[in-house]
Design a protein around this ligand. Structure first.
Ligand code: TXA
Ligand code: MG
Length: 328
């Protein structure tokens, strides 16, 4: 049986128990403000290896270290540029991950053998309390099998990873619903590797122009920007994107159509789902909706393409990857 403990806040006794499991090399899934993470002691290579095994994650894809303070982050980076300091002052704790040259303290497996490390201080009281109680940085990718949908509640973790996890801390549904923005500060120019809740304009307002990396890495390829596989975040159902208001002429099988702001007339038998034309609200809801449609046995989900403006950038990125068909 999967062990799942409800956790009411940072003082809950479950957090101490979870920290004990982490310090003895175990895996604990925990809530953050973005998605649930699959945590291990980030300084214990064997524990981090279990993360890779349980997720089925390629060894070329490094993991994020979660810290509770700027001081802990600094100890894990060999350089801490002024940009890192002002961004951390402004956005930590919060959904911003910074990629920096790694210090000698970071095990090779965390970096997937590369020279840099991804660092993030999450804005969730349970996550912060857990990092503090463990007294270690926690390695934590999203708590799902590799390439699948990220979990936004404890139930998603249990159904994706089940008994492979020693403990799941249930802190209710996550707030942002999409993974953190990843900003690479290890090169000559600041570069967004993954768009997320913190928009390019928010970063640019503080550190000046940032590049947006829009490439993709296909399976087996050497990863210049690790983990940016084109197919990712995918539900079991086939996912198709259509123009807003396009509707459907005909459909076979169990099909859901997700409209943004309005719902066009649909063929009989198609389940219409209306989401608001509001990027934050859709971001918070989208993974849970796709999980629900998978669980309900839908074969195909047709989603209206989000608007082109920056507010929808992270969502467009996730939906594009989620709708990318399997490479043969
Ligand atoms: O919101 C989040 O970031 C969540 C929560 C749990 O914190 N975590 C998360 O982790 O999304 P994961 O492993 O699912 O995605 C992390 C991404 C991967 O695409 C990985 O390739 C990239 O971060 N990454 C990790 N270390 C890196 C590094 N040193 N350089 C470049 N990319 C890195
Ligand atoms: Mg992930």
């Amino acid at each position: 049986m999967t062990r799942l403990l409800q956790v009411s806040g940072p003082d809950d006794a479950a957090i101490l128990e979870a920290a004990g499991i982490l310090l003895s090399g175990g895996l604990v899934a925990f809530p953050t403000e973005t998605v649930y993470g699959l945590g291990a002691d980030g300084l214990n290579p064997e524990a981090v290896a279990r993360i890779y095994a349980v997720k089925g994650r390629p060894a070329t894809n490094p993991v994020i270290l979660h810290v509770d303070s700027v001081a802990s982050a600094q100890a894990l980076a060999s350089q801490w540029p002024a940009e890192a300091q002002i961004l951390a002052d402004r956005f930590w704790p919060g959904p911003l991950t910074l990629v920096l040259p790694a210090s000698a303290a970071v095990p090779s497996i965390v970096r997937a053998g590369g020279p840099s490390v991804a660092l993030r201080c999450p804005a969730h009281p349970v996550a912060l309390a857990l990092i503090r109680a463990a007294g270690r940085p926690l390695a934590a990718p999203s708590a799902n099998r590799s390439q699948h949908l990220s979990p936004t509640c404890a139930g998603h973790v249990a159904s994706s990873l089940g008994e492979a996890v020693d403990l799941i801390l249930d802190g209710g549904p996550t707030a942002a619903g999409l993974e953190s923005t990843i900003l690479d500060l290890s090169g000559a120019h600041a570069r967004i590797l993954r768009p997320g809740p913190i928009a390019p304009a928010d970063l640019a307002a503080i550190i000046g122009p940032v590049e947006l990396w829009e490439g993709a890495v296909t399976a087996g390829e050497l990863q210049a920007a690790p983990g940016m596989a084109e197919r990712h975040y995918a539900p079991r159902a086939r996912l198709d994107l259509v123009a807003r208001g396009a509707g459907l002429r005909e459909a076979s099988g169990r099909v859901a159509y997700v409209g943004l702001g309005t719902l066009p007339p649909l063929p009989e038998g198609v389940r219409g789902i209306l989401l608001p034309l509001d990027a934050e609200a859709v971001g918070a809801r989208i993974y849970a909706l796709l999980h629900e449609l998978d669980d309900a046995g839908f074969d195909r989900v047709v989603l209206e393409r989000p608007p082109e403006d920056e507010a929808w950038l992270a969502l467009r990125d996730r939906l594009r990857r989620a709708s990318t068909k399997e490479t043969p």
